[in-house]
Design a protein around this ligand. Sequence first.
Ligand code: SF4
Ligand code: SF4
Length: 189
Amino acid sequence: MHDTSSKTIVLSGSHNKFGEQVLKRAGTNFNRCLHCQSCASGCPFTGAMDYLPNRIIRLVQFGQIQPALESATIWACVACNTCSIQCPMAIDIPGVMDALRQMAIENGHQIAEPDVLNFHREVLNTIERYGRTHKLEIMLRYKIKKRDWFTDLNVGLKMLAKRKLDLTPSRVSDIGRIRQLFKKSSKDA
Ligand code: SF4
Ligand code: SF4
């Protein structure tokens, strides 16, 4: 009798450098994935994805850099963690998506959903300025960049009417420490 419990399948003897880089960044061992699809069946955003979450894992396992880094899926993921809670192998799937987004930007890959990236940037900009998000400013700056004033206008007006959007930003008292964090992360990048 052989002990098969600890054996792994090596894919065509090749060295998957891409997979190793993702593993290092994400800090989660996606090679344990069983491809049970529990993540995909629970994900609320598959309608906006080109690959199901388990297929992104498969692309990384197979060292498929371009399809993984240029997929819409990595930008459609909102890191809600629904998938990782359901994963029987406790894989941090949003952590993998995060690592792939970082690598796509750093390596100059085509961003499948540039609007999502622009929105993320505006969110971070307000955090750097005030230490907190300021939704109205995020939306206005995003709209200015996109030159799109009327899509979702009714939603914005409803939010204003229900006082869900503060007109002026609120700031944390020690903004200096927040800015130091941003400086440190841009140096480390
Ligand atoms: S739920 Fe976990 S084990 Fe199942 S396919 Fe998704 S990542 Fe793989
Ligand atoms: S974390 Fe991302 S992939 Fe997972 S369920 Fe949420 S949106 Fe889907």
